[in-house]
Design a protein around this ligand. Structure first.
Ligand SMILES: Nc1ncnc2c1ncn2[C@@H]1O[C@H](COP(=O)(O)OP(=O)(O)OP(=O)(O)O)[C@@H](O)[C@H]1O
Ligand SMILES: [Mg+2]
Length: 356
């Protein structure tokens, strides 16, 4: 069913994405592939469908929480080895290594400084067993304290483990590239070629078709003008279109007001994500959404809202952070745009919403 809110796992439930799946599949001969796109665009769904379709043992890790300690790093790799062991026995190559315990199908790695083993050594052993895919969902979260360990592992695997492919997804493209540091000579991955498959939004025709077919699956009547309104506001971002469909199914009717509810939800989601950093970030989003796109206009807007001077360095920091997180992009000298059209639509009618 298209309007099921969880990431899709089978092609039957996945609308379109033939091209992305095809490209990804042919990129599996590469050591590292990136699957990128804005939030709610369908990355995890494409990844899961692909992994279910290819006949290669895989491990899929959601790394929404940063790897802040050896404990979390080694727990992540314990889980990876356990998942692989369930699909293709790898335990025989792990047995006897210091710091590795195997209980039934579960593999457990010690993170203790004196007994932990090298992840590179483990990867070499796993590589010897045969083909495997290791996927990290939202991989930009691996940057930080222990990111270097993962980078070193990726670089080693790139050079020596022909059997293993890594797929890294990321919504925050700038941060993902910050993590990989491909252009930094001191990075283990410096100069390596990495494939990137970008997931885009559906065009208006595909979006309408997606909604029509989705409602047909529930035998629901969907007035054309309501669907057009939905596509106008929610654009071709499949996650928001799905949320709209899902909510209509729940109330048993396709209504325009549900579109507005979904926009409200989009605002709350962005607020939740950004308020961790600074309220001023939200006000920047609001400014740009409402057409204050130039540096000077954004600055003026923020000063008006916060009733205090906003320093250039402060604004620069906020703009850089929002750009890295994939919320805004620089379209011109001194001019910015909101990347996600739903965020733009949601915030453009909420000028007085953010308190700073
Ligand atoms: N091609 C598709 N056909 C039908 N539903 C889809 C499709 N792609 C995504 N969805 C739905 O859209 C929502 C978002 O999808 P998904 O979680 O895969 O996106 P994402 O890019 O990984 O999002 P996030 O950035 O939040 O992790 C889910 O409800 C999913 O079921
Ligand atoms: Mg996802």
């Amino acid at each position: 069913m298209y309007f099921d809110g969880r990431p899709k796992e089978t092609r039957e439930d996945l609308y379109d994405r033939e091209e992305e799946l095809q490209t990804l599949r042919s990129s599996l001969s590469e050591p590292i592939v990136l699957l990128t796109g804005i939030r709610r665009i369908g990355k995890t769904s494409i990844l899961k469908v692909l992994l279910n379709e290819v006949d290669i043992p895989y491990a899929l890790m959601d790394v929404r929480l940063p790897l802040a300690s050896y404990r979390s790093l080694y727990s992540t790799f314990s889980e990876i080895l356990t998942q692989l062991n369930r699909k293709e026995r790898v335990k025989h190559v792990l047995q006897g290594i210091k710091g590795v315990s195997v209980f039934g199908l579960s593999v457990s790695l010690s993170w203790d400084r004196d007994s932990r083993t090298s992840l590179i050594q483990l990867m070499d052993r796993v590589c010897g067993v045969g083909r495997a895919i290791i996927a990290f969902d939202e991989a930009q979260n691996m940057r930080g304290k222990l990111g270097y360990e993962v980078l070193a592992l990726l670089a080693h695997s790139y050079d020596y483990c022909k059997n293993i492919s890594f797929i890294l997804t990321g919504s925050e493209l700038g941060l993902l590239y910050d993590f990989l540091r491909l252009d930094d000579p001191s990075s283990p991955l410096y100069g390596r070629h990495i494939e990137e498959v970008r997931v885009g939004r559906f065009n208006a025709d595909r979006s309408l078709d997606f909604l029509e077919r989705g409602f047909q699956q529930y035998n629901m009547r969907a007035p054309r003008d309501t669907l057009e309104y939905a596509v106008d506001k929610l654009d071709g971002i499949v996650g928001w279109l799905t949320e709209f469909g899902h909510r209509c199914v729940r109330i048993g009717e396709v209504r325009k007001e549900v579109v507005d509810e979904v926009l409200e939800l989009a605002i709350r989601t962005v607020q939740r994500e950004l308020s961790r950093f600074s309220k001023l970030n939200l006000a920047v989003i609001e400014a740009i959404s409402n057409g204050y796109e130039r540096w000077s206009e954004i600055k003026e807007y923020l000063e008006r809202k916060s009733r205090r001077p906003v320093y250039d360095a402060e604004l620069r920091r906020h703009l850089a952070s929002l750009e890295k997180r994939g919320y805004i992009s620089r379209i011109d000298r001194g001019k910015y745009a909101i990347v996600d059209p739903v965020v733009k639509n949601a915030f453009s009618k909420n000028q007085r919403r953010t308190q700073v």
